[in-house]
Write a protein that binds this ligand. Structure first.
Ligand code: ZN
Length: 304
């Protein structure tokens, strides 16, 4: 069955084609496929036990609790080592009709489990955006080997397939929700999003229907940013502080619009960060469905 990824009433031919290809974003960062390029510290069962789950719940101040005068300037933020951030979309086994390109955005279930096991065996601890914000702006301490896991586009398998695996390792994640899809077949329901939030994950905004931020004008900021954020705040009962750009695409004009609407940070993909506003261009890499645990590890080391 074809999964339409945008409301039919709004789908321009090109947008629909892009979304059917699979969801989001530009090509994943090029990464060496050479298995000898970097050592994976823990492929084998003989190595470390899974990371202790405690760090995922480490309390960090929310951005609003950090006085502006205490926040580092852009240069200082850019100078800090980046925390690796992974971006996932669909977590499901490949189907015959999945295109070569789509498979970058579709991580087969066993592959996903193997990727998470590698992270846990390697001692990675998941962190959440408030921790990242406090680290970037004040130098707050992070757990050892910090990593952030993010899931875009509201796909149901993120709840039914990915979450149980994350739970096994005590991992928490960020879910960037495209609100138009809530409750549709193969997408998460409002109750599932609420459950993710209640369980300590962070819900972020990913627009109403995934239109490209570079093209917004006038009322689009309200339709795509303001209203969906309010919807997510009603669902979770919490303030929404974080945004992910559809397709990872942004422009300088988007930053004041996001600030006006309560966003404290925004996430792009693997491109360069903005020199003036690095908090609104935090980098992520797409964890490809083609990547073995070893390749993922190489990508994490090389991309951040
Ligand atoms: Zn997306």
């Amino acid at each position: 069955m074809i999964r339409f990824r945008t409301p039919l009433t709004l789908a321009s031919a090109s947008l629909a084609a892009g979304l059917l290809l699979s969801s989001c974003e530009t090509k994943p960062a090029t990464t060496s496929e050479n298995p000898t390029a970097a050592a994976v510290p823990a492929d084998s069962a003989a190595t470390a036990a899974p990371a202790a789950p405690v760090d995922a719940t480490t309390k960090a101040p929310s951005p609003g609790e950090i006085p502006a005068a205490q926040r580092a300037d852009a240069a200082a933020i850019l100078a800090r080592p980046q925390v690796p951030i992974l971006c996932y979309h669909q977590i499901r086994d490949w189907r015959a009709k999945d295109s070569k390109g789509a498979k970058d955005y579709i991580v087969p279930v066993a592959q996903f489990k193997a990727q998470m096991k590698m992270l846990a065996d390697s001692g990675y601890h998941t962190i959440l955006p408030d921790q990242l914000y406090a680290y970037l702006t004040t130098g707050a301490k992070l757990p050892s080997k910090p990593i952030m896991l993010t899931f875009d586009d509201t796909d149901l398998d993120q709840f039914t397939v990915a979450k149980p695996t994350l739970d096994k390792y005590g991992y928490k994640a960020v879910y960037f929700i495209m609100t138009v899809s809530l409750g549709r077949p193969n997408y998460m329901s409002k109750a599932q999003v609420k459950q993710l939030s209640d369980e300590g994950n962070i819900i972020g905004s990913h627009t109403w229907d995934h239109h490209n931020v570079k093209k917004y004008e006038g009322q689009d900021w309200v339709t795509q940013i303001e209203k969906p954020t309010k919807t997510l705040e009603e669902i979770t009962g919490k303030k929404i502080n974080y945004f992910a750009y559809p397709f990872g695409l942004w422009r300088p004009e988007s930053i004041p619009e996001l600030k006006k609407r309560g966003m404290d940070a925004a996430f792009i993909l693997a491109e360069k960060r903005d020199q003036q506003d690095p908090l609104y261009t935090i980098r992520r890499i797409i964890a490809s469905g083609y990547w073995s645990p070893r390749t993922l590890h190489n990508s994490i080391v090389q991309s951040f």
